[in-house]
Design a protein around this ligand. Structure first.
Ligand SMILES: Cc1ncc(COP(=O)(O)O)c(C=O)c1O
Length: 366
């Protein structure tokens, strides 16, 4: 049977190349993956213990109401338990928000070179995506351009902050301008996707959570895939008005976050040492990349996340391929309309040193 054109033409999300596949394809013993913005620390001991304990109950369905998780997140982020819900990764929450607010023929608005899942989820739902261009010198939008670009058919505005794959961010002043314009309207939902919030260290970066309670149409997404180290378990969190959470809870699969993931998320939230260690390691890795890029004359964009985008000044596809041959997996971003750039996730010291050594060698010989 025929499927709709939007599905027929949908290009699936391309994840970072898996380590085992790279080993097989290139005949390598050791491979370093710096392609998916994962946490290089490995899992938290506390999380592993919580999973082991929860595994004794896997013959039971998970808690569809997220009682423990809601209590813990509410306390941690000073919101009410019914102002939070959870998804199978924040990716699922993006999908659910589009299902909730957009009908076939509606549109969403986001930035050019924003995390690609918004566009994919929208297209799957028969919803078009419009983009606001980034300024080439800063890889940021001008918020006035965003405000001018918005039309009533844009039912959701998705703003990743910090953004993937650029690592750039909207500062407090810019964010307040956006919130002031969109906040409180009943014809659009404003979503701040804060997947990398824990890494953001700029003095003028603020989380949209501080404005959340003031506006019924303001939604904030978080994930446990990055600084909390749970990418493989798939847990995302959504903070929104109770009414919005209630609708999301109606349309989500009741058991969308499995019991091991729920137990792990609870333990991860409580493991402050792990989080602090992950953030410190990231900050040191980032400074190392900056220093090395500068000494090699490679242009990069300062990042508020756990990756750095750099300019190969040549087609990055070839550089990515050369790096794969050396056992380093990085992320090309041609699908974000940036054919000469590479996104390099920050890894362990060993991973970072290996990546820099190979990048310098390859770019030096071009
Ligand atoms: C900006 C942004 N939002 C959301 C996600 C999805 O995260 P997850 O589905 O693992 O929670 C990512 C993943 O890379 C991301 O970069």
């Amino acid at each position: 049977m025929q499927v709709s054109d939007n599905i027929e033409n949908l290009k699936p999300y391309v994840p970072g190349k898996p380590i085992e596949e790279t080993k097989r394809e290139y005949g390598l013993q050791k491979v370093f993956k710096l392609a998916s913005n994962e946490n290089p620390l490995g899992p938290s001991e506390k999380v592993l213990a919580a999973i082991q304990k929860a595994s004794l109950e896997i013959h039971r369905y998970p808690d569809a109401g997220f009682y423990d998780l809601r209590q813990a997140f509410a306390k941690e982020f000073a919101v009410e338990p019914l102002e939070i819900s959870f998804g199978n990764g924040s990716n699922e929450l993006i999908d659910l928000l589009i299902r909730l607010y957009c009908k076939d023929g509606d549109k969403i608005l986001t930035l050019q070179s924003a995390f690609i899942a918004y566009q994919i989820s929208a297209q799957a739902a028969g919803v078009e995506t419009d983009f606001v261009s980034l300024k080439p010198e800063t890889l940021k939008i001008d918020v006035e351009d965003l405000i001018k670009a918005w039309k009533p058919e844009h039912k959701i505005v998705f703003l990743p902050n910090p953004n993937n794959p650029t690592g750039t961010y909207l500062n407090q002043k810019e964010m307040e301008k956006v919130i002031h314009f969109f906040g409180g309207r009943d014809d659009v939902v404003l979503v701040f996707d804060e997947a990398y919030v824990e890494y953001a260290d700029a003095a003028d970066y603020v989380s949209a959570l501080r404005y959340r309670a003031q506006y019924e149409n303001l939604v904030v997404l978080r994930t446990l895939s990055k600084a909390y180290g749970l990418a493989g378990l798939r847990v995302g969190a959504v903070f929104a008005d109770k009414k919005v959470i209630n609708y999301l809870d109606r349309i989500r699969n009741p058991f969308n976050v499995n019991s091991l993931a729920q137990a792990a998320a609870l333990a991860a939230l409580g493991d402050k040492d792990y989080l602090a260690k992950a953030v410190k390691m990231n900050s040191e890795g980032k400074q190392y990349f900056y220093k090395e890029f500068e000494s090699a004359g490679i242009s990069y964009w300062p990042s508020q996340a756990n990756f750095v985008l750099f300019d190969c000044k040549t087609n990055a596809a070839e550089v990515v391929e050369d790096l794969l041959k050396k056992g380093v997996i990085v992320r090309p971003v041609a699908n974000y309309k940036m054919p000469n750039y590479i996104r390099l996730s920050i890894g362990t010291e060993e991973e970072n040193q290996k990546a820099i050594k190979e990048i310098k060698e390859i770019l030096g010989s071009k």
